[in-house]
Design a protein around this ligand. Structure first.
Ligand code: 5RP
Length: 218
């Protein structure tokens, strides 16, 4: 395990204390994979999970953790997920793994969103990481043209189909100094399913794995 992966695992282990019972929302990615593996050790404490991707569902079920449809459960008390970038206001860029739509839905349906990441994910201003945007296939070129008008340089993530049957555009060169306004602007483009800015609903807590142990930001 390299240093970065060890820090991801450290953040994931620290998030376990928030899993106090009921059904837990579970995100997607390598940091969340550590969380799922840790969750397996205390699975008797929870009823099960709502998953944000087919990949996480497979891993949860592989550990014998029951996976519920979000429609079958009420509001969730906790959602744990990773991020590609986080700023000090706990606004995030997500979707590097292509699961942003279900991640945004589960985050919206949860009272507390605990984000887990290694320290490299914390930035002053979001936007060095190319912003993922999930789009309806027939709208790909239209959405790309609108993103260019916003100052972005969209690149089609070729060969990738999301769990919802859609496409991903990764957008560079956008100005993310005001993440809420840009999230709303991109949400308003016809054909956009989800933009990977999580600013209207940021994380409530960010647990960072660092060389000095886990650090929690509120
Ligand atoms: C997937 C995500 C992930 O949370 C994000 O890509 C971080 O991944 P990792 O934990 O592997 O660094 O948004 O869509």
């Amino acid at each position: 395990m390299n240093n970065q992966d060890a820090m991801k695992q450290q953040a994931a282990e620290a998030a376990l204390t928030y899993a106090e019972g009921g059904v837990i929302g579970v995100g997607t990615g390598s940091t969340v994979n550590h969380f799922i593996d840790a969750l397996a050790r205390i699975k008797g404490r929870i009823e099960g999970a709502v998953s944000s991707s087919e990949a996480s569902t497979k891993r949860l079920e592989g550990h014998g953790i029951r996976v519920f449809d979000l429609n079958a459960v009420g509001e969730l008390s906790l959602y744990v997920d990773g991020a590609d970038e986080a700023n000090h206001a706990l606004q995030l860029i997500k979707g590097g793994g292509g699961a942003l739509t279900r991640e945004k839905i589960v985050a919206a349906a949860s009272r507390q969103f605990v984000c887990i990441a290694d320290q490299s994910k914390l930035v002053d201003v979001l936007g060095a990481f190319p912003l993922p945007v999930e789009v309806i296939p027939m709208a790909r070129s239209h959405v790309a043209r609108q993103l260019v008008k916003l100052g972005g340089t969209p690149v089609w993530r070729e060969g990738v189909i999301t769990d919802n049957g859609n496409l991903i555009l990764d957008v560079q060169n956008l100005d993310l100094i005001d993440p809420v306004t840009l999230e709303q602007a991109i949400n308003n483009i016809a054909g956009v399913v989800t933009v990977g800015i999580f600013a209207l609903r940021p994380a409530d807590l960010l647990i960072l794995g660092t060389a000095d142990g886990p650090k929690t930001l509120h």
